[in-house]
Structure formats: C-alpha cells, structure tokens
Design a binder for this molecule. Sequence first.
Ligand SMILES: NC(=O)c1ccc[n+]([C@@H]2O[C@H](COP(=O)([O-])OP(=O)(O)OC[C@H]3O[C@@H](n4cnc5c(N)ncnc54)[C@H](O)[C@@H]3O)[C@@H](O)[C@H]2O)c1
Length: 314
Amino acid sequence: MRIVVAGAAGFIGSHFCDRLIADGHTVVAFDNFLTGSPSNLSALRNEPRFSLIDQDITQPFELHGAVDAVANLASPASPKDYLEHPIETLDAGALGTRRMLELALAKGARFLLTSTSECYGDPLVHPQVETYWGNVNPVGPRSCYDESKRFAEALTMAYHRQHGIRTNIARIFNTYGPRMKLDDGRVVPAFVDQALRSEPMTIFGDGSQTRSFCYVDDLVDGLCRLMLSDERYPVNLGNPHEMTILEFAEHIRSVTGSASPIQFRPLPEDDPKVRRPDISKARALLGWSPCVPLEEGLRRTVEYFRGVRTIGAS
Ligand SMILES: NC(=O)c1ccc[n+]([C@@H]2O[C@H](COP(=O)([O-])OP(=O)(O)OC[C@H]3O[C@@H](n4cnc5c(N)ncnc54)[C@H](O)[C@@H]3O)[C@@H](O)[C@H]2O)c1
C-alpha cells in the first residue's frame, strides 16, 4: 500500500513508519516539526519506499499519485507541548484532520485517526470503555487538546457518514518508548531523566493517581491491525496494567539502579485521577493485546535515554 502518515517525525509516528516500511509498504511522511524531529526518521533516510515532506497539514498541499491509506498522527501530544501551542493544537485536530480527510476522500483511501484517552477527561467510569462519553472540562487549560481530539473524532465520523470513507479511530492511552523527548514533561522521560541524574523524582499530588503504560511497539501493532479493520467507532489501544504513579516511580528507580528520592508537588488543574483502558473491544475485534512486559519496555527506553544523554554531553 502507499500510505500517507501525518506527524511522522514524532515519537509514535516514527515507529509507525518503521513498521510500515518493514511490512513492505510505501510511506509518504508529512511533518512540520513543531514537536517532532527528522532525526527520529534517520534510519529511513536512504529507504527508496520512504519520503519525508516538510508540510503543515493545516495548510493546503498537493500530492500526486495514488494513495491507499491516510494516517493522521499530527498533533502536539504532551501536556507541555500542547499548553505551549494551544492554538496550533486545536488547528491540527480541526483544520489538519479536515485536510487529511479530504485527501483520503479525493484518493479513495482509507483513513486512520489517532485520538486519545484524554477524550474521557477526568473519568467517572473506570476502567474506560469506548461507550463512555467522558468528563472533559471544555474551557480548562487542557481543553485545547481534549476538544481538538473530540472534534477530530466527530469530523472523522461525519466524513464516514456523509462520504462513506472507511475510517478508523484509535483512542490511544499513555504510550512510552525510545524517541520520546527527554524534556517533554511526560512522566516516563521526566522520571528517567531525574533518575539518571540522581535528582529527586517529582510526583504531582500524593502519587496515588493511577496510569497504565503501553510500550510503543505494542501500540503500533494495534494501529496496524485497526487500520485494516471494518470498525468505524473508536477503539481503545493501551495497556490495562494499572499502577499508581508512586509504584511507577519505584519501577524506574529499579530499572535505572538510581537512588533518587521522591519529591511531591501540587497536582496540576484537571489532571485525571485514574486512567486505565478497557481493551475488550480491541481484543475481540483485532485479536490485539500488549505483550511487551513493563520491565522490558522500560529497559529499552532507559537504554535509549542513556544514549541521548551521552550524545548531548559529548
Ligand atoms: N504518546 C502518547 O502517549 C499518546 C497518547 C494518546 C494519543 N496520542 C496521539 O498520537 C499522536 C502522536 O503522538 P506522539 O506522542 O508521537 O506526539 P509527538 O509530539 O511526538 O508527535 C506529533 C507529531 O506531529 C507533528 N505535527 C504537529 N502539528 C502538525 C501539523 N500541523 N502539521 C504537520 N505535523 C504536525 C509534530 O511535529 C510531531 O512530529 C498524536 O496525535 C497524539 O495525540 C499519543
């Protein structure tokens, strides 16, 4: 297949491209490098089936030739990034998604949207099932991301209903792995960075809030399966293994061999207290569930961050 991937130079996008190329597909990658970097795609630089185009998907573009599938991953995704770029984030979900849907429509291609568990907001239903409509503050600081994705989901369904496009919507839960940015403020790179520096590990709140973390290879496998399925409604993709942030900090200390102490800070506004996907739908429809154990995923991630820090220091 010839597949257009928007947001290809980001954390998940770059792993997705690696997988599509390894599976024999041709990839046309779009990115404006707002939060991603071409260096994430350096392994594909000499690959003839891969091309990278510097393109903001909220702006008009032309793409010649047939396209079989369009995957839209383009959006700032870490709280630090979307709080710094709230308008770009809303535009990416609204205008950007619209342009990618128009591309899919014009080419007769299928369309994949990467949405987010943030659509559930601070959830009142636990674990989160796809039929739960969420508890989102529409005007809080995080609303630029949450509402951008909720709009993108609604737009995707509207294109499916009005134009019959074969669409898929992935609701991605916290994902981690190599190529996350060390300074993006998300809990995995923040903890690993602090642990490797032997600095205090910062926990917001009392550490009893829960999260579940999915290794990026598992997530990408879920996206590939979903992209070929006939399910039009959202499907949760994430790891249902839930733990408190305090427990997670302990795991990072153990994998890094660090003796960093824990430091507590006030909880940011609208921070969800619990987060765990119900993945029954993905299991039944896609035969998918995550298989990389946390210790193994963390080991690979810490190895990557050690490498990044060594390059940075030299
Ligand atoms: N990482 C997670 O845990 C997670 C969780 C839920 C959902 N998601 C979703 O998965 C997708 C990828 O997330 P990520 O973690 O890789 O984030 P990322 O910031 O690493 O990657 C996003 C990429 O999109 C690009 N981009 C942003 N706006 C653009 C625009 N207007 N035009 C072209 N490119 C643009 C960025 O430069 C970046 O390369 C996002 O849509 C995000 O909402 C991620």
